[in-house]
Ligand binder design. Sequence first.
Ligand SMILES: Nc1ncnc2c1ncn2[C@@H]1O[C@H](COP(=O)(O)OP(=O)(O)OP(=O)(O)O)[C@@H](O)[C@H]1O
Length: 267
Amino acid sequence: MSRGNASAASSLHTITIEGLNKSYNEVPAKAAAGDVHYIIKDVNLVIKGGEFFILLGPSGCGKSTLLNMIAGFVSKTGGNLRVGSSEIQKPGRDRAVVFQQADSSLFPWLTVRQNVEFGLKMKKVPKKQRRVISDQYIDLVGLSGHGDKFPRELSGGMKQRVQLARVLANDPEILLMDEPFGALDAMTRRTMQKELVRIWRQTNKTIVFVTHDIQEAILLGQRIGIMSSGPSSRISDIYEIPISYPRDVSALDFYDYYSKIQSHFDE
Ligand SMILES: Nc1ncnc2c1ncn2[C@@H]1O[C@H](COP(=O)(O)OP(=O)(O)OP(=O)(O)O)[C@@H](O)[C@H]1O
């Protein structure tokens, strides 16, 4: 892809959020009386195409709500939310969500390969081509040789890899990841974090990644948006992390960012 085309593709998948509000009690009479409980209020943010962006904030501040609004699963109460120039009104093939619990998203009666090929089959991609694509992504997530296993035969980390391979096989431009490694043990989690950075660098997808773990945020993100605690949560600060990948948690510059961001939450 030429430089010009690459930048056109990246602006096509820029996520633009302007004055975004969300209330789950949108009763018109209450709204008229000014009695509205906002989960998030006046969120402004631009996430560039190809960027690895982190949403970091305390439990319950509204990270998943914001992610689900970008996914098109949750409607907005006010403001603007666009991918490229299109307003987000419903889920689309350009966006895919990776959830914390792979179990709830994988089909237990299908093998790893059948799970990965599921979306392609729905799109009526011919069998041979499906096989080539599933081989590619099963390999990319490090599951070569496990294609014929069922989810029940896999560890938590392996299931999470299958979920990722399935999402990637559908080739969305934007990956929305909601604490995808939150349920994994520390060692598997670290491996998956490294793998995700490798896959992101290889595929050039836009990733919006939700976490409440500061170390994970600095390990992964090019920029970290800090959400203030709710109600009426907003993006209170954005940290740019210019450390080169792969990042080393024991490096001095890593520690510097860690303490800066940590002190933000101590305030
Ligand atoms: N469908 C819903 N109906 C009503 N309230 C909701 C709904 N979903 C979430 N909430 C409320 O919105 C607030 C934000 O929840 P959300 O799950 O977005 O936060 P979070 O930052 O992702 O939390 P966590 O880190 O604990 O997963 C919470 O007070 C929650 O109770």
